[in-house]
Design a binder for this molecule. Structure first.
Ligand code: NAD
Ligand code: IPM
Ligand code: MN
Length: 357
């Protein structure tokens, strides 16, 4: 097959990990007889510096014309003092919205050989296998108004948490579909004891559940969910939740695998190219030093093969290669224990390429 992939390296370690992901895609293409053609486009701080905006229209157009989009990360201290609407992060939010990528799938998969890298006890995290389905184009991130205003004669700020019923329906349905082909357990996470949007969310989830009698649905309040994720993560199969809750819970859940540098994601909508992005950010503290763990980005490219291109065997081959390098004891700094040899981003990539053969 021939596929066109838009690559959005973005900022910081985004560039470093995206290079690793495309190298793995190329090798996979070679092995399975596919041709991947890349179009690079600007996003984030790099784009602000070059084009004066974090998301040029040309980037949106390029993405729309491609079969899949691979993103590194955006943001960094250089752009932290810009107004909200001009920040690098606005570029990422903008592309998610422009492509209508309402579902962000964040699988949390424990690798046996990495249980020691987690800060949690081995028996709590070994074989952890859950999927966070994060709503991605609504909620607190996009509600209007979002502004500064005067309240009672003093400076104030407002953000709005709004969900239309149809927005809840489509994300919950997506989560049920995933749960149906996994362990058939869906946990909807909300704050229905306080928030009206959560009460609508819960009601809607109950309604949709009638179409999925084979899937068990339960509701957990987000504060409790944060605690349960650490207490006993293996109780979860699929979690579905509001944009901001999903953002926070997924960084938390990454530590079940040992590192944020391990967590891939797929941002998908309907009838649009999916966008594949590691869960982590631009990591300014290690950017440019060749220290970044490329496995989250590499696993994100495997998700692209699976979800956008239907290349299941090829995706499984990449996942197997990642498992192999971990079992063989290869470690970047974020997952290394004391005394272990630390590989650079490029060395880790080489190990994955070797394991793919
Ligand atoms: P971050 O995810 O960039 O980093 C958090 C910590 O995890 C850092 O110590 C970092 O070194 C480490 N880390 C992250 N990815 C790693 C990897 N692949 N290998 C090894 N270590 C890794 O979060 P932050 O520091 O809060 O944010 C930095 C910038 O990134 C901010 O501008 C933020 O807005 C942005 N950000 C972007 C995205 C995205 O583009 N998807 C996601 C999160 C944060
Ligand atoms: C993520 C990031 C983004 C988010 C930021 C950079 C806008 O944290 O992809 O998880 O909050 O969605
Ligand atoms: Mn995040």
């Amino acid at each position: 097959m021939n596929k066109t992939i838009t690559v959005l390296p973005g900022d910081g370690i985004g560039l470093e990990v995206v290079n690793a992901a495309t190298a793995v895609l190329d090798k996979t293409g070679e092995l399975y007889g596919h041709q991947f053609e890349y179009q690079f486009a600007d996003i984030g701080g790099t784009s602000i510096d070059k084009n004066g905006t974090p998301l040029p229209q040309a980037t949106i157009d390029t993405c729309l014309k491609s079969d899949g989009v691979l993103l590194g990360a955006v943001g960094g201290p250089k752009w932290d003092n810009l107004p909200g609407s001009e920040r690098p992060e606005k570029g990422l939010l903008g592309i998610r919205k422009a492509l209508n990528l309402f579902a962000n799938l964040r699988p949390v998969t424990g690798h046996k050989s990495l249980t020691d890298s987690s800060t949690l006890r081995k028996e709590v995290v070994d074989n952890v296998d859950l999927m966070i389905v994060r709503e991605l184009t609504g909620g607190l991130y996009f509600g209007e108004p979002q502004e500064r205003r005067e309240v009672d004669g003093e400076e104030a700020a407002v953000d709005t948490l709004q969900y239309k019923k149809s927005e809840i329906e489509r994300i919950v349905r997506q989560a049920f579909e995933l749960a149906k082909v996994r362990r058939k357990k869906l946990t909807s996470v909300d704050k229905a004891n306080v928030l009206e949007s959560s009460r609508l969310w819960r009601e809607t989830a109950e309604e949709i559940s009638e179409d999925y009698p084979e899937v068990e649905l339960d509701h957990v309040l987000v504060d409790n969910a944060a605690m349960q994720l650490i207490r006993d993560p293996k109780q979860f199969d699929v979690i579905v939740t509001e944009n901001m809750f999903g953002d926070i819970l997924s960084d938390e859940a990454s530590m079940l695998t040992g590192s944020l540098g391990m967590l891939p994601s797929a941002s998908i909508g309907s009838e649009v190219p999916g966008l594949y992005e590691p869960v982590h950010g631009s990591a300014p503290d290690i950017a440019g030093e060749g220290k970044a763990n490329p496995l989250a980005a590499i696993a994100s490219s495997a998700m692209m093969l699976k979800y956008s291109f239907g290349m299941h065997e090829e995706a499984a081959a990449i996942d197997r290669a990642v498992s192999t390098v971990l079992t063989d004891g290869h470690r970047t700094g974020d997952i290394a224990k004391e005394g272990e040899t630390i590989l650079s981003t490029d060395d880790m990539l080489e190990k994955v390429l070797e394991a793919l053969k």
